[in-house]
Design a protein around this ligand. Structure first.
Ligand SMILES: [Zn+2]
Length: 72
């Protein structure tokens, strides 16, 4: 009885993990090369370092400053 329950929860957990990975895959898409904050082109050198960059260098450092600020 407990074996069946364990298998059931394991399958459930796998399904949840897969759903989460699919969700993350959708969110973390490759960069369009355009900054989502200011609409300017992201520097190719930046895209070489991070193909997922969604912001130009300036907006990214602004964003990180804000994130750091919230954390403190
Ligand atoms: Zn920008």
């Amino acid at each position: 009885m407990s074996d069946i329950a364990d298998k059931g929860s394991l399958v459930e957990e796998q399904q949840r993990t897969q759903a989460l990975l699919r969700h993350q895959g959708r969110v973390r898409h490759l960069s369009t090369g355009i900054c989502q904050e200011c609409g300017e082109a992201i520097a190719p050198s930046r895209l070489q370092v991070n193909a997922y960059a969604q912001r130009c260098f300036e907006c990214q450092s602004d964003h990180e400053k804000k994130e750091r600020h919230y954390r403190v």
